[in-house]
Design a protein around this ligand. Sequence first.
Ligand code: HEM
Length: 488
Amino acid sequence: GTKETGPKLPPGPWNLPFIGSLHHLIGMKLPPHRAFLRLSRRHGPLMLLRLGEVPNVIVSTPEAAMEVLKTNDLAFATRPSGPTLDVVSCGGKGLIFAPYGEHWRQMRKVCVMELLSARQVQRIEFIKQGEVAHLVESVAAASPSGSPIIDVGKGLAKLSNNIIARAVFGGKCRQQEEYLRELDTVSMLVGGFSPVDLFPSSRLVRWLSSAPRDVRRSHARVQRILGDIIQERKEKKPSNGSAGGRDDEDLLDVLLRLHKEDTLGFPLTSEIIGAVVFDIFGAATDTTAATLEWAMAELIRSPHAMARAKLEVRQKKLGHGRGSTVTSADLGDLHYLRMVVKETLRLHPSAALIHRASQESCRVMGYDIPKGTAVTINAFAVGRDPVHWGEDAAEFRPERFEEELSTVEYRQGPQMEFIPFGAGRRQCPGALFATKTIELVLANLLYHFDWTVPGGETLDMGEVFGIIVHTRSSLRLQAVVGRHLQDR
Ligand code: HEM
C-alpha cells in the first residue's frame, strides 16, 4: 500500500512558536489586506499564515478565488468563529457569521425574500430619495456663503445610517437615535480589529487589554435598546387586521410577523431578531458609506473622470431645473457613473477581507486544506491582480469597464477578478441594494455641485482598517452649486 503521508499544506512564511507568522506582519506596519497582498507576492496565491495559534489560509488571486468561491463553494460556505467574534455575532445567531446550516439558510431566506422583497425595495426607494434630498439641501445651505468646508464623510455616514434605520424601524421609533449612537460605540470599539484573526497593530494590543469587556458591555446595551423596541411593538395593539397593512411594514414588523406566524421551523426569538437586525446594520451602513467616500475621493483626484461623470448626469437632467433631483428612474442611462462605481469597488472593496472556513477537508490548487481551517479571501488583492487587470491595475480608470472586460457585473466578474461582494452561497445579498443607493447618491452630488479640495490640498488616500476599510481622515471638501443651476 501507499505510505501514509501528512497533508500537503499551502506554503507560507516561517513561523515562530506561539506567535506564528505575526512577526512578518508587524514589521510591515500596513493594514492587513495590504500586508497579506505583499506577503502573497512572495509565497503565492494560496498561503498559510499562523496568526497566533490560528492557521489561516489567505487567498490572493482570481484563480485561487475561483477554486474557493466557485469550484468548492459548499466546502467553504461556513464562517470562522472565535471568542471575540462570538460576542458581536451573538454566537452565530444572526446571519453574517452564522455557521452554514438550517438556521443560516432560514435567516438568509427571510432576508432576501422579505427584507429585500420588491415591496420593501419600493418602500425604501421613497426613503432613499428623501435622505438624498436632505443631504443635497444641507450641502446647498452651507455652500452659498464662500463655500465653507463640508465634512462629506460625515454626511455620507449619516445618510447611510438613516436609510437603514428608517428601513428597519420605519422612522417611527423613539429609540432609533439611541440605537444608532450605541451602535457607533460598538463599531468604534471593534474598529481597528478584525474579529477573526489576531491582527498585529498597537491598537490591537490596546484593544486586547480592555476592549472585550467594553465591547461586551456596549453590545449588550445595543441589544437591550432593541429589546425595548421589540417589546414596545409587541405590546402595541395590532391594527385590527387592516388589509394592506403589509404595505407599510418596516423590517422589524416583518420579523415580528414571522415570529407570530411561527413557520420557520424554529422560534424566531427576540434574541435572534436582535442579532439579525444588528447584522443588517453592520453589513449595510459602513460598507455603503465607505464606498461613497472612496468614490468621491477618487473622482476628485481624477478630473477627467469627474468631468465625464458630471457631464453625463447633467446632460441627462438638462432643463429639469434647480429644484429637481436625480431619481432611481434616471440611473439606467448613467453608464459612465456605473463604471465609476465598479472601479471604486475594484480598488476599494470596503469589506476587503472575506472570512470563510472549510467545513470539510478539501484540495485547492494541489494543496490540502484541513477541515475547520479559517480561509480569508483578499478581495482587495484580487481586484488589483496585475495578470487580470494589467500593469495599471492600481490606477483609477473607469474606462477599463467599457473595454474588453465589459462582462464584469456588479455581482462579480466571470473570472472572479472582481469580488467586492464575494461569490457563491454566502455572497452579499445586499449587492443590488447597495450599488443602486451608491449610484443615486453620487449622481445627485455630481448633478447639483462642483466639488473641490479646500486650498488645493492633496487628498489623504490613506486607509483605516476596522472590519470595513475607510479613508483615514473623513473626506472634507468644498462645494459650489453647479453653474448650470445658478440663477442667471
Ligand atoms: C458597498 C456595500 C457592500 C459591500 C462592499 C458588501 C460586501 C459584502 C461581502 C464581501 C460579504 C461576504 C460575502 C461572501 O462571503 O462571499 C457580504 C455579506 C453580507 N452582506 Fe454585504 N456588502 C455591502 C452592502 C450590504 C447591504 C446594503 C446589505 C443589506 C441590505 C448587506 C447584507 C449582507 C449580508 C446579510 C451578508 C451575509 C451573507 C451570508 O453570510 O450569507 N450588504 N457583504
